[in-house]
Design a protein around this ligand. Sequence first.
Ligand code: UDX
Length: 436
Amino acid sequence: MAVCFAKHGYKVVGIDTDQHLLAKLREGQPPFHEPNLQGYLADGLKNKNFTVTDDPSMNSMSDIAFITVGTPSQANGQIDLSYVVSASKMIGHSLRSARHYQLVVVKSTVAPGTARNVVKPVIDRESNKAYNLDYSVCSNPEFLREGRAIYDSENPDRIIIGSDDHAAIERLEKFYQTLYSNTMPTVIRTTFENAELTKYANNAFLATKVSFINCIASIAERIPHTDVNSIASAIGLDARIGPHFLNAGLGWGGSCLPKDLHSLLNLSENLGYRAELIAATDETNRQQAEKAVEFAKQALGALADKRVAILGLAFKPETDDMREAVSVRVINRMLGEGASVSVSDPLATENAKRIFGDRITYAANVDECIEGADCCILVTEWPEFKKLNGEAFVRKMRTPTVVDGRRLYDPKEFKKAGVKLFAVGVGPEGSESENR
Ligand code: UDX
């Protein structure tokens, strides 16, 4: 978001306490992989529209302060607001010396009530300034996807602005109007709490949609001549359902869906309501990762001393992020069963090393990963894995058994090549249509 604003001519200063992160950014090194990010960062640094600092007083000069800190889940699922509180304190403190109005925008995903009951009072206390006159607060949740962060920042579907100060909402809307001009999306003006809950509802709905199709996949796996993909394309044509987020697989992961779902569950439980649908969405997701182990056991029996190859570590393609990745759960289960594990991923290997150390083998490429393996589990749908045909697995593996956890492969072609293929959502007799 920062480098996109800078790209569009705004002067952006990024404030953080992490010296290592600041040093990397100054060198033009993004702290994570994201398509086009490096180029945007380089441009911003070069034309000085984007600078970084650990000096919180720099905030006093800005017209808008975006709070974009992390809001991790605690062990019980409750959201950890400590970074939001310290950012609010910092902003409040810096506002003491500010000579002009500042709009404070909460971008971080927070529980409903946080802007009103946490951010506002903390800034009020720290700044000694007058709300509405010297500063205001808006909730403005972020919906960008990892792997598409730059694109989504420049092409949002909609903008949600919540506040108790209508003038502040207008100011922020005006800022976005200048930024997006012709492509300005719909703006929803609402309360703080509606804006905050919208973000949770959005992610919970996406997770539920995926878990729903995964549930249908598990039913299809027990009925001959079925294929969940055929069912997903058909129901996706119903305009009321829509085609997106109906890809069955080993489940969803990442830094947002799991965290936000757990926060929503915790939040609703604290409000005296058990959100069964959200709980079932989560449980279905847990079962999906387990499915990889079940398929492997169906093919090989006990997994002790078996060699298992894992294709894909990142929680989805185009990122090196392994937070809550399905791969982590699958690998841990395989290691627990006594299997030896080799892995391959175009980007996430360094992150995997931090999690698994020397407990697994890091292959330099796919061939090395599947060489001599008894079972291969396709976990992340990277395009380069999609190119592989059945032949490639037969050539390299000891027993060519493949678990297609993302539906990349053609069951007929793999069968013909001599691969024992287990695919999520395909019934026992395969999926060949009798009417084709
Ligand atoms: C998500 C939301 O999409 C985004 O709006 C929010 O701002 C942050 O959280 P992200 O975590 O980047 O974005 O990933 P997303 O593309 O939503 O995918 C989440 C997970 O669902 C991935 O593990 C993906 O593999 C899985 N998924 C997605 C499926 O299994 N099937 C699908 O059909 C779609």
